[in-house]
Write a protein that binds this ligand. Structure first.
Ligand SMILES: [Fe+2]
Ligand SMILES: [Fe+2]
Length: 258
């Protein structure tokens, strides 16, 4: 199912939430995103090989996929961009990814297909104009990858936040956004364990939350699970106080297994 996050007739943001078989023993649910701005197309975090065919079919209902111009990858994980080789074969798109991963993601590829088509995003980020919007590559380093970007669509006022804000739910639980602080509290058990392990420490969470508060964000949309509207403030209040990752590590985590 395509969830329409924004549509003003000229600029459209879509989320695909059900392209991965996320039944109990299978792969983790993941969201993929299509932005079409006045006839120009971009994918955000298109995921891996198991999703490629379904995503082609889903995208084609809205945009001729061969004409995609941009692929944005928040980081280098398999659920983000393991399908890179196929997208480079079937389109003329360029991949934008952190300079830290620029020379690692070609390991997903064959036949030198990546040459001249991978753009490294520098640590401070960058702004990429699409026709009716700007896509801001927003620093989110160590949340969770060492070089990590989120993508802010300034027209739609959507922050595509990668693994930040992710929850582990089945795809059919992602029918609508989280809109109240009470609903956020009820949702917390689906997020807490993930953030405690996959986010590196409290420090980048705190700096990131402060940055997001200065931005005009109407929807915060992670790459797994449910997305946020009015409950964004509740999420920021929670994450900036969360102790996670290396904050929780002790010597007990480093002992020779017997
Ligand atoms: Fe990840
Ligand atoms: Fe992920």
């Amino acid at each position: 199912m395509a969830i329409e996050l924004y549509n003003d007739g000229k600029h459209v943001c879509l989320m695909f939430n059900d392209l991965v078989d996320d039944s109990a023993s299978s792969a983790v649910q993941a969201n993929q995103f299509l932005i079409v701005s006045d006839g120009e197309g971009a994918l955000i975090d298109p995921a891996g090989n198991m999703t490629y065919n379904a995503l082609i079919m889903a995208v084609s209902k809205f945009f001729p996929f061969k004409q995609l111009k941009y692929i944005f990858a928040s980081h280098q994980d398999p659920d983000i961009v393991a399908s890179l080789n196929k997208w480079l074969m079937s389109t003329d798109a360029s991949l934008y990814v952190s300079t830290l991963w620029e020379r690692f993601v070609p390991h997903f590829c064959t036949l030198n297909r990546w040459e001249g088509r991978i753009v490294g995003i520098p640590d401070p980020g960058m702004k990429i104009p699409m026709r009716d919007t700007d896509i801001h590559c927003v620093p989110a380093h160590f949340l969770h990858a060492e070089g990590n970007f989120q993508f802010y669509d300034s027209k739609a006022k959507i922050l595509f936040s990668g693994d930040m804000g992710a929850s582990l739910v089945a795809h059919d639980e992602i029918l609508r956004p989280i809109t109240t602080a009470a609903e956020f509290q009820a949702h917390l058990p689906r997020m807490e364990g993930f953030h405690k392990r996959y986010m590196v420490s409290n420090k980048p969470c705190r700096y990131w939350a402060r940055m997001v508060r200065t931005m005009d964000v109407e929807q915060l949309v992670p790459q797994h699970g449910r997305y946020f509207k009015e409950a964004i403030a509740a999420f920021l209040d929670w994450i900036e106080h969360l102790h996670c990752g290396i904050d929780l590590i002790t010597q007990d985590h480093y002992r020779l297994p017997q």
